[in-house]
Design a protein around this ligand. Sequence first.
Ligand code: BG6
Length: 315
Amino acid sequence: MSDSKQVEIVELKHKTGKSSVSVSLFGATITSWKIFNTDMLWLSKKASLDGSRPIRGGIPIVFPQFGPGKLRQHGFARVSMWEHDSTTHDLQSGDCTAVFILKSNDTTRADWPHDFELQYQVQLGMTNLVTQLTCKNTGEAAFDFTALLHSYFPVSSIDEATIRGLYGLNYIDTIDENKVKTERDTLLTFKGEVDRIYKREVVTGADGRVRGNEVVFIGDGGNCDVGVKSVNFTDIVVWNPWAKKAEAMPDMEEDGWKHFVCVEAGSVSHPVKLGPGESWSAGQNLTLRILREAGEELARTSTGPRLDPLKPSGQ
Ligand code: BG6
C-alpha cells in the first residue's frame, strides 16, 4: 500500500475500545472497519491512499453514475476531496458519528453540470457500522443520478464465500448480455466471475420508502457473518472479478480476488430524480453476526465480548 503522500484519514474509536473505523477524505472512502481487532472490510495491499486513483477496497462511494457511461467509471465522488464536517460521541452508548460533505464545485460541474450537496454520515457502534448518504439538489433545475456504497468484504477463500438473502430476486447479469434472470439459489456461491445487479423487491410504504428483502448475509465458512441491511436503496450489486479481470487491475494485490466479495447497496437500475430543493437519503447497516458455536465459546470466556449467540447460518 502506498502511503507516501497519504490523504488525511479520520479515525473513530468506539468508547469500549472494541471497534474502530477509518475514513479517507479522498472520496470519503472508509478504508478500515475493525471489530475486536479483526478487519471487517477488505483493502488491497496495493490500494493507493494518496489520491492518485480510486481506493481499491473498503467502501468507496459511487455517485452520480454507477459503472461506465457519460461520466468517468463510477462517477467523481470517490475521487473528490471531501470535507470532514463533524465528529460526535454518544456518551451513553459509546457510539461515534462523523459527517463528511461534498458540495458541487468547478471540478464537479466540469464533469456534471448540477448543483448539489452530498452528506455522508458514518456511525460506529460496537458491533455495527451505519453509513448514510444524503443528496440535496441545491440548484434550480432537476437532475438524476445513480449512487452506491461499494463495500468490499473479506472472505478467507472465495471458494467458501456465500451470500444469503437474494433468493427470488430478479437480477441483471452484466456478464451475460445484461439478461434479466431470477435467483434460484438460497445460498449464492462463487465459481467464476460474478457481476450482477439484484433488484430488491420494491414495496412502497405510505412514506414512500422501499421495503422488503432488506438484509443479505455474507459468510465465509467461519463462525461469523456480516449482515448488510440496506435502507431506501433499490438494488444490491454482487461482484467478484475472478482471476483474469483481477490481473488487469494494477491496484489488486496478487490473488486478492480470492479474498473478497463486493456486496454493494445502491440505487442503480433506475436513476433517482431530484427536483430543486429536494433531498434523498439511503444507507446501510453492516452488522457482525456471531453464529451459535462462536457465541457459546465467547459466553464461556468472562473476558470475551458480550454478544448474544444467534442461530447458525441457513436457519
Ligand atoms: C462493480 C461493478 O460495482 O465495480 C463492476 O459492478 C466493476 O462492473 C467493479 O468492475 C469495480 O469497478 P472499479 O472501477 O472500481 O474497478
